[in-house]
Design a protein around this ligand. Structure first.
Ligand SMILES: Nc1ncnc2c1ncn2[C@@H]1O[C@H](COP(=O)(O)OP(=O)(O)OP(=O)(O)O)[C@@H](O)[C@H]1O
Ligand SMILES: [Mg+2]
Length: 391
């Protein structure tokens, strides 16, 4: 079929033509967003899941919804190096400038600007062109201890939002890359905001290890957040994710083709988009047949291997590659750390640092004590398929 009209959207953060299977999560977010505007307490959420399941897309959908309903929003993708404070600085500044347009909020915005100024100075964050034309407020957000200063800043921003009758939604993607101190300070800040019942909402997204990282940073994180599990789609949702966009373009897809795609992708959103995309391009006439879906396999795997999978693998050192290949050779995960060690002829203890390094790169995680699994769905199959060319 005409590739120009191909509706599918394989790609990191690409808006899918049909956001299937996430209605309940979106609905929860909507309720939280509207409650915040009414000054009612609402819980922050962390979307946790493997690579390519649609966390970024969900975060973007929530941001759009928050904006439409009158929140000011700030969205950040945590990089592996930059401190959180430095990333927040220009965003908080922008939110305060917007809030300052409301007459009732002017005094509170002024206070918050002063806190921001103190915060920037205390941590020597570069703020380049940002003109923070107020004097810092001595004793607020200037101790140099992030766990003290970030909450004070957040409370000031929350008070300014409240005075304006508005709300602020902060969204952070790739939360697992935040430094431990940054994560702890963020959690304390959200806790303070909660206690003071201020209209500030937080939505995070990250790999499954974020739950444990948050718990280690602050034990009460468990009660502070909802952790909706973002996973593969159910059979009916996965089929809808393919069927709906095809129908919307005035074309059709055979039921057998949908079943084939579901079975091969196991309902993982990234794989669904790629498979749908290739099947569409292969189809003749106005119907995607079972044969098209089967034919699409080779092209789909080639695209995934050269893109989605390879970019992850390329980030590993030779020693780290050895480790993940040993995992893949053991079959489907999760894997026992001790089994991987046996396969490599080493002890689990001596492999500890290597394992920690691969975890920090977001390639593997520990679903339970002593176990290890890939954060990328079906990564073991990719490695086995490509053993000849990657080693
Ligand atoms: N609910 C959904 N239904 C159909 N397709 C989806 C859905 N959610 C995401 N997708 C598609 O899946 C792909 C991956 O989405 P996204 O980049 O949001 O995943 P992610 O979880 O953020 O991945 P990563 O951990 O690699 O950042 C995109 O092509 C997107 O269009
Ligand atoms: Mg993402």
């Amino acid at each position: 079929m005409d590739p120009v009209r191909n509706p599918f959207a394989p790609g990191a953060g690409s808006q899918p033509p049909e956001l299937a299977g996430r209605q309940l999560i979106i609905e929860d977010a909507r309720v939280a967003i509207e409650r915040a505007l009414l000054g009612k307490p609402s819980r922050s959420q962390m979307f946790l899941g493997l690579r390519g399941v649609g966390k970024t897309v969900l975060l973007n959908a929530v941001e759009t919804m928050a904006k439409e309903r009158g929140h000011f929003t700030s969205i950040i993708e945590a990089p592996e190096s930059k401190p959180l404070g430095e990333l927040l600085l220009p965003r908080v500044h922008q939110v305060l400038r917007k809030l300052s347009l409301t007459d009732n909020a002017k005094a509170k915005v002024h206070d918050a600007m002063r806190a921001l100024r103190s915060f920037a100075s205390a941590f020597k964050f570069e703020y380049g062109d940002l003109a923070i034309a107020v004097d810092p407020e001595v004793g607020i957000a200037d101790s140099g201890d992030l766990e003290n200063d970030l909450p004070e800043l957040f409370v000031r921003v929350g008070e300014a939002a409240k005075a304006a009758g508005k709300a602020w939604t902060l969204l952070i993607d790739e939360v697992q890359y935040l430094g431990q101190k940054d994560l702890a300070a963020l959690i304390v800040s959200l806790h303070k905001i909660n206690q003071a019942n201020l209209p500030v909402l937080f939505f995070g997204a990250g790999l499954p290890q974020v739950a444990a990282l948050s718990g280690e940073a602050k034990s009460y994180a468990e009660r502070l957040f909802h952790y909706p599990d973002i996973g593969a789609l159910s059979e009916s949702d996965a089929k809808a994710a393919i069927r709906q966009p095809v129908n919307d373009e005035g074309a059709r897809i055979e039921d057998d083709a949908l079943t084939e795609i579901f079975l091969k992708t196991r309902g993982y959103p990234y794989f669904l988009q790629e498979w749908g995309h290739q099947s569409w391009n292969l189809a003749q006439g106005d119907t995607i047949t079972l044969n098209d879906a089967r034919q699409a396999e080779a092209r789909t795997l080639k695209r995934l291997d050269e893109g989605f999978f390879k970019v992850r693998f390329d980030r590993l050192t030779p020693k780290e590659r050895e480790y993940v290949i040993a995992m893949a050779k053991l079959g489907n995960g999760p894997y026992r750390s001790s089994d991987i060690a046996d396969a490599l002829g080493e002890t689990a203890q001596s492999l500890g640092p290597r394992r920690a390094q691969i975890i920090s790169k977001g390639m593997i995680y520990s679903p339970s004590h002593g176990d290890i699994a890939f954060t990328v769905p079906m990564f073991n199959n990719y490695l086995i398929r490509n053993l000849a060319i990657i080693v």
